[in-house]
Design a protein around this ligand. Structure first.
Ligand code: ADP
Length: 135
């Protein structure tokens, strides 16, 4: 049983979101905190300079609204959207916020050649806490 569970959700609306949430709840101790985290990939400066001003804020806002919709019925879940690099940012967030478990999907459903996708593999390898991988 865990007290502070992090559930990373890919921005292109993970089809395993429901499953991840159900697993996070099943692994929760009473009163546990569950956080759904989406990392919006940071753009290199040379691309950012070509985008209209405020574009990244707009994207982050849209992603946040999408997550809120997905989790509208889940008032036990805190939603976070952060700009960064997916695996590194998930790992940093978990450490900085004292997560004791990360629930993550193994890869995108249509890419079944790999046992673990690149983000999931890095999280499994480097996390300082337990990681539950959805297959
Ligand atoms: P693939 O390499 O097949 O795309 P990934 O390892 O990127 O697989 O994705 C596996 C899981 O990692 C996703 O289902 C999601 O849980 C998590 N994940 C991937 N990218 C992000 C992201 N940008 N923000 C939050 N979670 C992510």
């Amino acid at each position: 049983m865990y007290n502070n569970i992090l559930v990373p959700i890919a921005a292109d609306h993970d089809p395993q979101t429901e499953e991840a949430l159900a697993v996070a709840r099943a692994l929760s101790a009473e009163g546990a905190k569950i956080t759904a985290l989406t990392v919006v990939e940071a753009m290199p400066g040379y691309i950012l300079s070509q985008l209209p001003e405020g574009q990244m804020d707009k994207t982050r806002h849209e992603v946040e609204e999408g997550l809120k919709e997905d989790f509208a019925a889940a008032d036990d879940v805190t939603i976070k959207v952060i700009e960064g690099h997916s695996a590194r940012t998930i790992l940093d967030y978990a450490e900085e916020h004292g997560a004791d478990c990360i629930v993550i999907a193994s890869h995108r459903p249509d890419i079944t050649d790999y046992f673990l996708g690149s983000t999931a593999a890095r999280v499994v390898r480097h996390a300082q806490c337990a990681v539950h991988v959805l297959r």
